[in-house]
Write a protein that binds this ligand. Structure first.
Ligand SMILES: Cc1ncc(COP(=O)(O)O)c(C=O)c1O
Length: 414
């Protein structure tokens, strides 16, 4: 067996069926910048971009060239009994940009691995077990991350973990109540929730939340796996929102360029001292591939590329352009920087049906634009274009949206 038959037989036939129903079962033959080329001849403007991981576009030539050079370097890719120059070189600027100077960085391979690491360090550093997440949140699909996800969908068939508590999004009174017994190790949140359709905390709420965490001895963790590294119009989303720095900050997608898996957990020195600085504990947490040389080199190249692009300013500028051009109509454009969502208004739902966002998704696909339905909000489509997206592509997107809404209007009147 080869090709799609092998995938269907040996990987995930249920997923293939979903793709068939949406007309997305064609093979992606090539990807370049903001575009995907499918083997049925279609070109799609990719406003999903690996959920934001392809931060400077698919297959960015400069990054690929540099990684090819790194591959030829004969230094070991893995050297668990050594130390890595690239790790320090990447950690220092990341900690500075994240507002955690003097802190420490721990490198891993995926977003969920960074989330698990953060929860583990928070528990070890405080000797407390409980962790809090919020409705609408998404932190990956490993066990603890799933327990803190803001939708029960991800926990189907799993036993509940009594130490993981989920609170209504934005409910600071509920948080105060949950923290009152001083037994919570960590509060985990995305400053801008991706899967809920680019839903942002206010800076003021983040300040109040951070004060509550301090008062009750809980570590505050920002999951910026998707929102970090310029996407939200500042290096980190919490800065764009005017919030305070956390105790730990997680990043992944943008650091990888969508090419090599790499994630980072940035955290305060006090946590390092409580966990790693104890006698014999210098390697009490880590993983085989966490901090491998190629992944770190990829992170270094991406940071340089994002700085060269002035990613925060560029994301803010392109976001302003889209917002100014977005017409009043049945769908609104919301979000922060280039972490955006199209949301169906009540008018859209009364005109195009309860599944108005889904109908728009299909129409946009027919117009050659790929967006992502928001798993935690049936009324929203997520937009995560590469930060390199140009005005011509934004215009293409705007025109496609206009045609898609016109098509929905025509369908509704027939
Ligand atoms: C905010 C957030 N946190 C964590 C994760 C998990 O990252 P990964 O899929 O690399 O494990 C994701 C993935 O989409 C995410 O969006």
């Amino acid at each position: 067996m080869t090709g799609i038959d092998a995938y269907e037989a040996c990987v995930n036939p249920a997923w293939l069926e979903v793709l068939r129903q949406c007309g997305l079962d064609a093979q992606s033959l090539a990807a370049d910048g903001c575009w995907l080329c499918l083997d049925d001849g279609r070109r799609l403007l990719d406003f999903v971009a690996g959920y934001g991981a392809a931060a400077i576009g698919h297959n960015p030539p400069e990054l690929l060239t540099r990684l090819a050079q790194d591959l030829r370097d004969l230094a070991p890719n893995l050297h668990p009994l050594g130390w890595s120059e690239a790790a320090g070189a990447l950690a220092e600027p990341l900690l500075g940009l994240a507002g955690l100077p003097g802190g420490k960085a721990l490198f891993a391979s995926s977003g969920a691995e960074a989330v698990e690491g953060a929860l583990k360090l928070a528990r070890m550093a405080g000797g407390r077990a409980r962790a809090i997440g919020f409705d609408g949140g998404f932190h990956g699909l490993t066990l603890a991350a799933t327990q803190l996800a803001g939708s029960g969908f991800w926990r189907q068939g799993l036993p509940a973990d009594a130490d993981c508590l989920r609170l209504p999004w934005g409910d600071l009174a509920a948080l105060e109540g949950a923290l009152a017994a001083n037994d919570v190790a960590a509060v985990l949140l995305e400053p801008v929730q991706g899967t809920a359709g680019a839903r942002a905390w206010s800076g003021d709420a983040l300040h109040r939340l951070a004060a509550l965490c301090r008062q009750h001895g809980a570590w505050l963790i920002y999951d910026e796996v998707q929102s970090g590294l310029g996407r939200c119009g500042a290096w980190f989303a919490y800065q764009a929102l005017g919030g305070p720095p956390p105790d730990m900050l997680l990043l992944a997608k943008g650091l990888s360029g969508g090419v090599l898996p790499v994630s980072a957990l940035l955290y305060r020195d006090a946590i390092y001292q409580a966990v790693f600085a104890r006698p014999g504990c210098a390697k009490i947490h880590g993983s085989t591939f966490g901090g491998n040389r190629l992944a770190l080199r990829c992170g270094l190249h991406m940071l340089e590329a994002l700085r060269g692009l002035d990613a925060p300013a560029r994301a803010a500028g392109q976001s302003d352009y889209l917002r100014r051009a977005w017409p009043d109509g049945p769908f609104v454009l919301e979000g922060v920087g280039l972490m955006l969502a199209l949301r169906a208004t009540p008018r859209a739902k009364s005109r195009f049906g309860e599944q108005a966002a889904g109908a728009l998704w299909l129409q946009l696909l027919a117009e050659g634009v790929l967006t992502a339905p928001a798993a935690h909000d049936p009324d929203a489509l997520r937009l995560l274009p590469p930060l390199t997206v140009g005005r011509a592509e934004l215009d293409y997107f705007l025109n496609a949206c206009q045609r898609a809404v016109t098509a929905l209007e025509e369908e509704a009147t027939t």
